[in-house]
Design a protein. Structure first.
Length: 185
């Protein structure tokens, strides 16, 4: 059985979440966060782990079969062959080793790598940190939050070169140039 190298903790990428079970044979419904459902392939080693347990290393499984299902994929994993076994995995995150994915194009990032980065605007200065991302038909959206004396401020910024001028993963900074009036004080 293939496995993910133990030193790959920094290279694990969350690509989905188990949302339910399908049938009696241990199949899992997975909400996919991967750009393509084809990321889930037969023989791929995945790690399933608790979303809230940071110290939990998770458990490795090998994908036996895949299929598309509504807004996600169906997975059959080696060692999970009953409905009861699959029910115990509902709510778990699905992770893979980034090194098993193709190289990213220039100006492309994994959402997970953008989380927590500081966002600095050319005119407004520090806007906050990336708390979340979500897709839209046009562009992915950065949800940037910052604590202010008035409470938590939230700014939604399209991941588009018109607004986002630089993403520097080494320094942990996203530089933006937002137009006048984009952010109200």
């Amino acid at each position: 059985m293939a496995s993910i190298p133990k030193e790959s903790g920094d290279t694990l990428l969350t690509i989905g979440k188990v949302t339910g079970v399908h049938g009696l044979g241990g199949n899992l419904k997975v909400l996919s966060w991967a750009q393509s459902p084809d990321t889930f392939t037969q023989g791929l080693v995945v790690v399933l782990k608790d979303e809230n347990e940071t110290l939990d290393p998770g458990r490795e499984y090998v994908i036996r079969r895949t299929g598309r299902y509504k807004k996600g994929v169906l997975l059959s994993l080696e060692g999970v062959s009953t409905r009861e076994a699959s029910e115990s995995l509902v709510g778990k995150l699905v992770l893979i080793d980034k090194t098993s994915l193709p190289d990213l194009d220039e100006e492309t990032w994994y959402w997970q790598d953008l989380m927590g980065l500081t966002v600095v605007d050319a005119c407004k200065g520090k806007l906050g940190t990336v708390a979340q991302l979500f897709p839209t038909a046009a562009d992915d959206i950065l949800v940037v939050t910052d604590k202010t004396p008035q409470g938590e401020q939230e700014v939604l910024i399209p991941m588009n070169s018109v607004f986002v001028k630089e993403v520097n993963l080494e320094t942990g900074v996203i530089t933006t140039d937002l137009p006048e009036g984009f952010i109200t004080d």
